[in-house]
Design a protein around this ligand. Structure first.
Ligand SMILES: CC(=O)N[C@H]1[C@@H](OP(=O)(O)OP(=O)(O)OC[C@H]2O[C@@H](n3ccc(=O)[nH]c3=O)[C@H](O)[C@@H]2O)O[C@H](CO)[C@@H](O)[C@@H]1O[C@H](C)C(=O)N[C@@H](C)C(=O)N[C@H](CCC(=O)O)C(=O)O
Ligand SMILES: Nc1ncnc2c1ncn2[C@@H]1O[C@H](COP(=O)(O)OP(=O)(O)OP(=O)(O)O)[C@@H](O)[C@H]1O
Ligand SMILES: N[C@H](CCC[C@H](N)C(=O)O)C(=O)O
Ligand SMILES: [Mg+2]
Length: 483
């Protein structure tokens, strides 16, 4: 592709060199540069991409996108100076991959919890409605049936646009994606044209990265500020930041609520372990999900499907067939009558909500034993709060490890325990070895009890010092139950 065409949506500060050269790829990592590539130098959290411009040219980069022009320039290489390389990279990448989001309807989901659930349910629903679809999510990416492993909730701008390009080539009509706060702040989604956006909720997470809650909220809000006129924005009226998100939004704003007046409303008619009966916009539907928070998730799915011009009756018929997403409130039953629930709750709010959901269906019968930990090299402030939420609604809690990364597992556990007083500690054990923690929970459980195994959900690894060791909560509990 000709460099000039690649830059058509970018307003460079200046260009030095020929902009009529052929560009064979766009890349943000010097180590992946091949002959004829455009290398975008990004200032990151660990290092500055500008330091690798020389390396990129050695490997064959034909053009450099940067914020600071290098002092020494190489003959034959074109230099493009921009105000924000992060912003310009997305635009160049999307142009390189043929502006895929002009070819299908792209819906983004953002918020602290519920993104994977909503995006995946929309993908499953639209496929069942007969459309060709793509999905970009924490668990896995999909182009129709083809699974492509995901390493991020939202991929980097090059991988993201490459996947979107493949989706367009495969004839996808709808694509659903999660937009993490990291991705919005780092402009990984720059240049994409969204047909709609969904806000789930906002509670504490990722303070390690955003530093303040306000920055975190602003990152989420930026997504709605940038939605174009003609798109839709569906927000959660039950969340205190729901209306803040859409304050400056040019899109068509719709609300959903389980409590108040809203464009899309629902209430729970009945609730048991297998699912709930709901009334959505005045119509009854049986769903295979539990928990009030899932009513909110399902309402967001319903609202988005309506905004994408599907018929209410068709949406509800398909909704009743949808099943829970891998690692989200997934039950595993033992031969002795104990139920384990594997869930991805890794924030204080998610732990509170998932335990509330379990209580709703247990209805005062049986005990709850919670096994949870907190991720290393991630938001430290959430650790004591997660322990507090676990203790508040469990009969026993076993604090354990969850991806310690480069931290000492016991230090993370101590940060969690610091949130508890002496009385609360009476019902708490700490066992750093996650398998042992799960085994102990099972040994303590009696018939009718529930073990909540929280934090890892679909993850099939334990990340320790840069190495991912195979570990799968569901597999472990099944082996213990049947062993
Ligand atoms: C903190 C964070 O978000 N980091 C992301 C960020 O990397 P960074 O800013 O640290 O980059 P850096 O290492 O400083 O390098 C700066 C630039 O120099 C380049 N470089 C570097 C070295 C070299 O030799 N040559 C070279 O060109 C790099 O390619 C990069 O462009 O940009 C990279 C490319 O997009 C991401 O892969 C990386 O994700 C890291 C691995 C990560 O763990 N991110 C997590 C926290 C994350 O993004 N999570 C969210 C969701 C969380 C949730 O679900 O709740 C996600 O969307 O997955
Ligand atoms: N609407 C919701 N409100 C509160 N908690 C929720 C909601 N939906 C899901 N959860 C809880 O959060 C956990 C993670 O859900 P999900 O994977 O859908 O969120 P996510 O936003 O994609 O998370 P991530 O930031 O890791 O990508 C679930 O396992 C459940 O415990
Ligand atoms: N994707 C999120 C959640 C990870 C959940 C938990 N298993 C952890 O490792 O902290 C993150 O990277 O913060
Ligand atoms: Mg997710």
């Amino acid at each position: 592709m000709i460099l000039k065409d690649l830059l058509k949506d970018i307003c460079p500060v200046c260009i030095e060199g020929n902009d009529c050269i052929d560009i064979t790829g766009v890349n943000i990592d010097s180590r992946r540069i091949e002959k004829g590539h455009l290398f975008a130098a990004i200032k990151g959290t660990q290092t500055d991409g500008h330091r690798y411009i020389g390396k990129a040219i050695e490997l064959g980069a034909a053009a450099i996108l940067c914020e600071n022009m290098p002092e020494q320039k190489v003959e034959g290489v074109t230099y493009i100076k921009v105000n924000s390389t992060e912003e310009a990279t997305g635009m160049a990448a999307t142009a390189f991959y043929g502006n895929p989001t002009e070819k299908f309807k792209l819906v983004g989901v953002t918020g602290t919890n519920g993104k994977t659930t909503i995006a995946t349910l929309l993908y499953n629903m639209f496929r069942k409605l007969g459309y060709k679809c793509g999905l970009l999510s924490t668990v896995c990416n999909y182009i129709e049936d083809e699974a492509i492993p995901a390493s991020h909730t939202t991929p980097d701008p090059i991988e993201l646009n490459r996947l979107l390009g493949k989706m367009a080539d495969s004839g996808c009509e709808y694509v659903f994606m999660e937009c993490s706060s990291h991705a919005i702040a780092q402009k990984r989604i720059s240049g994409l044209k969204f047909a709609g956006g969904i806000f789930t909720n906002l509670t504490r997470d990722h303070m390690d990265y955003h530093k303040t809650f306000e920055n975190y909220r602003n990152a989420k809000k930026e997504f709605f500020d940038n939605l174009p006129k003609g798109a839709f924005a569906i927000t959660n009226a039950d969340d205190k930041n729901g209306m803040v998100m859409v304050q400056n939004c040019k899109a068509d704003v719709k609300t959903y609520s389980t409590r108040a007046m809203a464009d899309f409303k629902a209430k729970i008619l009945e609730c048991h372990f297998e699912g709930m009966y709901l009334e959505i916009d005045g119509k009854e539907v049986g769903v295979q999900f539990i928990g009030k928070f899932n009513v909110s998730n399902l309402l967001a799915v319903y609202g988005a499907a309506i905004m994408l011009k599907q018929k209410a009756e068709d949406i509800l018929v398909v909704m009743s067939t949808l099943k829970s997403v891998s690692g989200r409130l997934e039950p595993v039953h033992s031969p002795t009558g104990v139920t384990a629930i594997v869930d991805y709750a890794h924030t204080p709010d998610a732990i509170e909500n998932v335990l509330k959901a379990i209580h709703e269906v247990m209805n005062g019968k049986g005990q709850i034993i919670t096994v949870c930990g907190a991720g290393g090299n991630r938001d430290k402030g959430k650790r004591p709060l997660m322990a507090q939420e676990a203790v508040k609604q469990s009969d026993k809690v076993i604090i354990t490890s969850d991806n310690p990364r480069f931290e000492e597992p016991q230090d993370i556990i101590n940060d969690m325990l610091a949130g508890l007083d002496k009385a609360q500690m009476k019902n708490v054990l700490s066992i750093a070895d996650r398998k042992e923690a799960i085994r102990t929970a099972y040994m303590l459980a009696q018939k009718g009890d529930v073990i909540l195994i929280a934090g890892k959900g679909h993850e099939n690894y334990q990340e320790i010092k840069g190495v991912k060791h195979h570990f799968d909560d569901k597999e472990v509990i099944m082996e213990i139950m049947n062993g």
